[in-house]
Write a protein that binds this ligand. Structure first.
Ligand SMILES: [Zn+2]
Length: 110
């Protein structure tokens, strides 16, 4: 778990929280008023976007997690400082050849 994922989770949590508040208030306003009343319409304006966000937020979050959007991409000709294995294109900084793990800076300056 890196900090970007933590931020994403916090943001997703906030969006879901706001969506729930929208939906709850929307339902209250819709059920307490007759169709055609201003508050009924306003309730729908809360309920519909709230419900959409409630569905969309977990989907988008899941999608971002499933894509390797947050993974470190090693590009160019980066070789393992220990054994010289070409680590280009790997999404980890651990050398598959010798098993040594490096930071991205160590790799870039090797
Ligand atoms: Zn190596």
């Amino acid at each position: 778990m890196n900090w970007k994922k933590s931020i994403l989770l916090v943001l997703a949590g906030l969006v879901i929280l706001v969506s729930v508040i929208f939906v709850v208030n929307g339902i209250k306003m819709v059920t307490a008023n007759q169709p055609g009343h201003t508050d009924f319409t306003e309730g729908l304006m809360l309920l519909i976007p709230g419900a959409l966000m409630l569905v969309a937020a977990p989907l988008i979050t899941w999608r971002m997690f499933s894509l390797d959007w947050f993974q470190i991409k090693i590009d160019g000709d980066l070789c393992c400082p220990e054994c010289g294995y070409n680590m280009a294109g790997l999404s980890a900084t651990k050398c598959p050849e010798c098993g040594n793990e490096f930071t991205i800076d160590q790799l870039k300056h090797s």
